[in-house]
Design a protein around this ligand. Structure first.
Ligand code: ACM
Length: 264
């Protein structure tokens, strides 16, 4: 499959401008099978208040942004994974959607909220789903979820061959951590990070695609809007063999991986 990472600087509350920026970058890029966009790509990130977050949110059934992605999907055949500020009733979720020409085919809601997100969003309540695609099984995480090894392992044990990871990273460590997660789970990881400054936050760019051996096969620049494209074979992630005697999953010692609670 051909995968593309699209990094740019969304603006808070400017859905139409953000769509135009994405469209321009897509128009300048090759056709790919799957595009991965940043976290909250249509709404921007650092809301001043919950009211502002609500104003920038969209219901997945009636979303200008998803409609745009569907149009692009219809025109080019590409699928998209993107962060979105999801409104569901009176609740907001920092979500990632998988969209093709038919509409939304997968939703994940960020489990681990970062800093002020806790004032605007509900913690994710959809668990860690894995979705079948024409290329293989794909899971999604959003930004700060990277910090929690459990989610990578669970997605991999559920069969994810690629984890798409829309991000708005501000801490400097994720790009160091994902090669380890990719290697230890023998999966592909596609982190698309935004660039730019927003209300005191400086985003770290450097979107990256990592293969199941922990090798970085694409890496973006810190401050440049750009698309990055590579051809990968998700079947490589099915091989969990480490040596003739070792298997990354079968050798796990599930019998000892639990905490003994000491009762006084
Ligand atoms: C983050 O989770 N957006 C840092």
């Amino acid at each position: 499959m051909r995968i593309g990472l699209l990094q740019f600087a969304p603006q808070v509350g400017e859905t139409e401008k953000n769509i135009a920026k994405i469209q321009k970058l897509l128009d300048q890029s090759p056709i790919v099978d799957l595009w991965v966009l940043p976290e909250l790509a249509s709404s921007g990130y650092n809301f001043e208040s919950r009211d502002e977050a609500v104003l920038c949110s969209e219901s997945l059934n009636n979303s200008r942004f998803i409609h745009f992605l569907m149009e692009r999907a219809t025109k080019t055949g590409a699928w998209f994974v993107s962060g979105i500020n999801e409104r569901n009733g009176d609740k907001l979720y920092n979500s990632s959607v998988m969209v093709n020409a038919d509409g939304v085919v997968g939703v994940y809601r960020k489990l681990h909220l970062f800093k002020n997100e806790k004032y605007f969003f509900e913690p994710g309540n959809l668990g860690l789903p894995v979705f079948d695609t024409p290329w293989g099984k794909i899971g999604m995480l959003v930004c700060f979820d990277w910090m929690f090894p459990e989610v990578w392992r669970l997605l991999a044990l559920k069969g994810a061959q690629l984890v798409c990871h829309p991000s708005n990273l501000v801490l400097p460590w994720c790009q160091q951590a994902t090669p380890g997660y990719a290697l230890t789970n023998r999966i592909f990881v596609a982190t698309t990070n935004r660039i730019g400054h927003e209300r005191g936050l400086d985003f770290t760019g450097r979107s990256q695609l990592v293969d199941p051996y922990g090798s970085i096969i694409l890496q973006g620049k810190k401050r440049k809007k750009q698309t990055l494209v590579a051809d990968i074979d998700l079947a490589e992630s099915l091989n969990k063999i480490m040596t003739s005697e070792n298997h990354a999953f079968d050798d796990r010692r599930g019998d000892v991986y639990h905490l003994e609670l000491k009762v006084k």
